[in-house]
Design a protein around this ligand. Structure first.
Ligand SMILES: O=C(CO)[C@@H](O)[C@H](O)COP(=O)(O)O
Length: 234
């Protein structure tokens, strides 16, 4: 089981440079086994081309290292806070992919300007508030996770599988590491499309809520709570 999880996380990490989401050793992917609560994450600072299965640190949700010689990613505590707060997710990815990072640095959420976005994210892609000086100085990575969880207090992370950390970059998640990376690739594409849409037309408006429902629901099923609009449709 743990070996399968390591294989999944290795493959998902190798997708990041392949999909042009990272350069050098930027970014990281992790996954969790919900039965044991064990997390496998990319080792810190290792070039993607040098990653080997035996390199992957294994931790518990409190951050105690169970296995692995190398140090876990510097973003580990952020991943762990998200696994604790979002029980439905099985994999997380963080990158500095350029288009999402541009929106994160501008401190702006990505509006739903088209059906491509609506197929994967039920609403705008939110941006967190900035961390306070205190939150940066003390437990920065843990607080980065906390500010993401705070951003989702009225949002379902299963319906919006990503966020922009203000001044930093994107975090995405999914049922497993592969789906988390797929959501990261899609969010990077949507970020670029939204940037150019707004450049072309300052009047570009967020999608009509019925169209948003239609596109998101037909892909993700009508069981989850999607807000007032969907209830009106029933
Ligand atoms: O967000 C950051 C740095 O700001 C990280 O994503 C690094 O880019 C990768 O760190 P490791 O996972 O190698 O520790």
């Amino acid at each position: 089981m743990l070996e399968d999880l390591k294989k999944q996380v290795l493959e998902a990490n190798l997708e990041l440079p392949k999909r042009n989401l990272v350069i050098y050793t930027w970014g990281n992917v992790s996954a969790i086994d919900r039965k044991t609560g064990l997390v496998v994450i990319k080792p810190s600072g290792v070039p993607y081309e040098d990653l080997k299965l035996e390199d992957f640190p294994v931790l518990d949700l409190e951050g105690n290292k169970i296995e692995g010689k190398l140090n876990p990613s510097s973003d580990t505590l952020t991943h762990l806070e998200l696994y604790k707060a979002f029980p439905g997710i099985g994999g997380i990815v963080h990158t500095h992919s350029p288009w999402c990072t541009i929106w994160a640095q501008a401190g702006k959420p990505i509006p739903v300007l088209g059906t491509t976005h609506a197929d994967y994210f039920y609403g705008e892609i939110p941006v967190t508030r900035k961390l306070t000086a205190q939150e940066i100085v003390n437990e920065y990575e843990k607080n980065t996770g906390n500010v993401i969880v705070e951003t989702f207090k009225n949002l379902d992370p299963n319906n919006v599988p990503g966020v922009l950390v203000s001044g930093h970059g994107p975090f995405n998640w999914g049922e497993n590491a592969h789906q988390a990376v797929e959501n990261a690739v899609i969010m990077e594409t949507v970020a670029r499309m939204a940037y150019y849409t707004q450049t072309l037309s300052r009047e570009a408006n967020p999608l009509d809520s019925h169209l948003l429902d239609k596109h998101f629901l037909r892909k993700h099923g009508a069981n989850a709570y999607y807000g007032q609009n969907t209830k009106e449709q029933k």
